[in-house]
Design a protein around this ligand. Structure first.
Ligand code: HEM
Length: 189
């Protein structure tokens, strides 16, 4: 897992539960003293252990943690990669392009060994999106959180209408875009 995600997880933990919680979380997860540089790759097991331990410590489920973290992490990621995100994009354009434009180009070009998930998004009706998530990491909740973070960034809201596992093992999520009901992040178009 890319260090940019793990280093942001540290910030999220600090913001939600207090700065001192991170060291405790690392220790309880068996990762005492671990440092995450935003340009390196780390074992997937680290994120698994951190999410599971955070769940034990907070009483939140792993999925609740992943959804909340996903929504939280998107504005800082958009700000980091602002140069390659067209300014005319909104929620739907962003999500339709997340696979080819963001994960494949940005992430893999810079870190050829990164293994981002496959997040294929199609607009099946106006403002109704179908998101197919495939990854060896099985973190569909993170994908849902990230998608909701994109909507929040652009001042919209995204509600999950349906979620199921396809015969291929991928997760299919149907998401409804509610335009203009969120509060846009500063700087969003
Ligand atoms: C500016 C926007 C984004 C950037 C820069 C970004 C970048 C990244 C990076 C660097 C990783 C780690 C990949 C690896 O270590 O192999 C990652 C993972 C992930 N991203 Fe994104 N991402 C963005 C938006 C999104 C969006 C909108 C979604 C969902 C709709 C999404 C879903 C995920 C998921 C679920 C993972 C976890 C890894 C997995 O499930 O295999 N990301 N992303």
């Amino acid at each position: 897992m890319h260090g940019v995600i793990l280093s942001h997880l540290k910030q999220w933990v600090g913001e939600r539960f207090g700065a001192e919680t991170w060291d405790l979380l690392l220790t309880r997860a068996g990762l005492e003293g671990r440092l995450y540089a935003p340009i390196k790759l780390y074992p997937d097991e680290d994120l698994d252990a951190l999410v599971k331990t955070a769940s034990d410590m907070t009483g939140l489920s792993s999925d609740e943690i992943l959804v909340d973290f996903g929504a939280w992490v998107i504005p800082p990621l958009i700000n980091m990669y602002r140069a390659i995100i067209p300014s005319h994009w909104g929620t739907v354009d962003f999500l339709l392009n997340v696979e080819d434009h963001i994960h494949e180009k940005v992430v893999k070009m810079k870190n050829p060994d990164a293994r981002p998930p496959k997040v294929r998004v199609a607009e099946i009706e106006d403002d109704l999106l179908q998101l197919d998530y495939t990854s060896h990491r099985n973190m569909c909740a993170l994908a849902i959180g990230c998608a909701q973070g994109v909507a929040g960034y652009y001042g919209d809201r995204l509600d999950v209408e349906e979620q199921r596992t396809l015969p291929s093992g991928s997760q299919r999520v149907i998401l409804r875009v509610q335009r203009g009901v969120g509060q846009a992040a500063a700087g969003a178009a």
